[in-house]
Write a protein that binds this ligand. Sequence first.
Ligand SMILES: [Zn+2]
Length: 316
Amino acid sequence: MKKTKLRTFYHPKMAVNPENITGYANSPAKPRLLMEYLEKKELMEFFLVDDSFPLLTRDDFYIAHTKEMVDNFFDKGKTSKILHINWTPEYAESVKYENASLYHAIRYAVQHPEEVCFSPSCGFHHATPTRSALFCAFSGQVIASMKVYYEFGLCGAYIDLDGHWGNSIDNSRDFVLEIDNAISPVCGNINIFSNHKKYIEELKANLEILGKEIIEGRIHYVVFCHGADSHEWDELASQLSTDEWIECSNLVYTYILKLQEETQKQIPLILSLFGGYRKDDYESVLSLHTTDLVTCLNILCGHSIKYKPSIKPRLT
Ligand SMILES: [Zn+2]
């Protein structure tokens, strides 16, 4: 069993004030919106918030991106290919905190594998070495995993169940030296492209491959990103019914538990949020993420929390 609380790397500056969101996506405000939702549902007793993590340096961003791109973003407010998000100093600051949150969550988890670490972050997996893309400013996964590799020599894997292909890692393979040592080239970026039952079968098959890599010592930590836009009522993707979406959470945590029992070792596990849009009812997005977190707490941390998902059908 893991410890009873999710160690949560959250600082209020990770999020843009929801009142300042003008574009399509709530993503820049999502970390705060989720934390407020957990508070409202009286679930905060299960989260141990750590807000003392330091920010990344400019050099850290250069690990995964060209100097030109990074400097343009932070010094000139120039963003390429970011959809509907206006650059503001507040947004730039939130990006710094979001990237630091994921890195410190992974860094802590590999040193304290008995704790599940949670980074309530989302905007990483579409950025490339030269461009931001969609709602993602920088490749936070690549930066975090490279830093963890440089410091500890460890290799990780991402289970990216967002509704869209997380291209950052694969697009960085030629740009970032040694990335294959930091993020497994075998199954370091698990994305599933099918729907419903077939999706679940593919997830199971991928977990088996991941398990083999963990048992044989080639993968040392797992980051699970259960994007809420893989849910069928999200307007930007649609792959899984509510029951199927929750089953994916169940499968991942049950599989980690089984591996831990088999190996008699704690496997470092880190959670992140990724996508989820629902302009008609954003609470459905927050409820899906909360369901995932509660599933983790129940399966891996020994709780029996009764949280009822509240996912409203899309009207359009
Ligand atoms: Zn997505």
